[in-house]
Write a protein that binds this ligand. Structure first.
Ligand code: DC
Length: 225
C-alpha cells in the first residue's frame, strides 16, 4: 500500500546556543523536510547594515536597505542577493550586533513575512526565537529547546574556537548573556516558550538522543488524525 505522509510545520525556539540549528537540520533531514535557520536571516540583515553603515535610528535608511536585500537558501546555506554568506554571518562582529538589529520592527516585519512564505507548503523545520509564538502560532509541533548557561557557553566557545583561535571564553559568555537579555526582553516578539510548546532540556543529552526524542514527537504529530 502507498501512503502519502502528512506534512507538518515544526517550530524550534530557544536561547542562543541551545543546539537548535543542529537539531532542526538533523530533524529536517530525517523527515525529508526543508530546514530554515531564521537566525541566519537576521544575521544577513545585520551584515548588510554594518557593511553599509546603516544607523539603527534611521528608519528611512533601514527601509531603503531592506529593499536591497534578497534572501534565499541554496542547500541550507543562506544567500544574500545570490551570494552564500554562511561564513561571514557567524563572525563575532555579527553576533555582537544581531540582537539590536533583530529587535527593530521593520526588520522583524521583513523577516517574518519571508519566513511565513517559506512555510506555506508545510514540510518545514524552522528554528529561532519566535517561530512558535509569532511566525507559526499554529505550528503542528513546537519544541522549546533548553540547556543551562554554562553548557551553552562551552558549546558556543568550542564552535567559535574552530574559526578563531584567539577567541576567549569570557567574550563568548558575555555575548550570550547580552543576547539572551535582549532577545527575551525586547518589545516585539520576545523569546517566550509558547503555551503549547514541549520543553526539551538537552543539557545532558547527546545530539543523537535529542534527535531521537524530537523525531518521535514529530512522528506522533504526523500520524495524528
Ligand atoms: O539563532 P542565532 O543565534 O543565529 O540568531 C541570531 C540572533 O537573531 C539572535 O540573537 C536573535 C535573533 N533572532 C530573532 O530575533 N528571531 C528569530 N526567530 C531568530 C533569531
Amino acid at each position: 500500500m502507498y501512503f502519502i505522509m502528512k506534512k507538518i510545520i515544526i517550530a524550534i525556539d530557544g536561547f542562543s546556543s541551545t543546539g537548535k540549528s543542529t537539531l532542526a537540520r538533523q530533524l529536517a533531514q530525517k523527515l525529508n523536510y526543508t530546514y530554515i535557520d531564521s537566525g541566519a536571516m537576521y544575521r544577513v540583515i545585520t551584515w548588510y547594515f554594518l557593511k553599509n553603515h546603516i544607523a539603527l535610528s534611521d528608519d528611512v535608511a533601514i527601509n531603503n536597505a531592506l529593499q536591497q536585500i534578497e534572501i534565499s537558501f541554496q542547500q541550507n546555506k543562506i544567500c544574500l542577493n545570490g551570494t552564500i554568506m554562511e561564513d561571514e554571518i557567524r563572525k563575532m562582529e555579527i553576533s555582537n550586533h544581531v540582537s539590536e538589529v533583530s529587535a527593530l520592527a521593520a526588520v522583524r516585519n521583513f523577516a517574518v513575512a519571508q519566513q511565513q512564505l517559506l512555510g506555506q507548503h508545510k514540510g518545514i523545520v524552522m528554528d529561532g526565537r519566535d517561530i512558535g509564538t509569532t511566525v507559526f502560532p499554529d505550528a503542528d509541533l513546537k519544541i522549546y529547546l533548553f540547556a543551562n548557561e554554562a553548557i551553552r557557553t562551552q558549546r558556543r566557545y568550542d564552535e567559535m574556537l574552530l574559526k578563531d583561535k584567539n577567541i576567549g571564553i569570557e567574550e563568548v559568555a558575555l555575548n550570550l548573556q547580552h543576547r539572551d537579555h535582549i532577545d527575551s526582553t525586547r518589545a516585539i516578539s520576545p523569546l517566550r516558550m509558547a503555551h503549547d510548546a514541549i520543553k526539551l532540556d538537552n543539557s545532558h543529552y547527546t545530539m543523537d538522543e535529542q534527535l531521537q526524542i524530537a523525531y518521535q514527537w514529530a512522528l506522533e504529530k504526523i500520524n495524528e488524525e
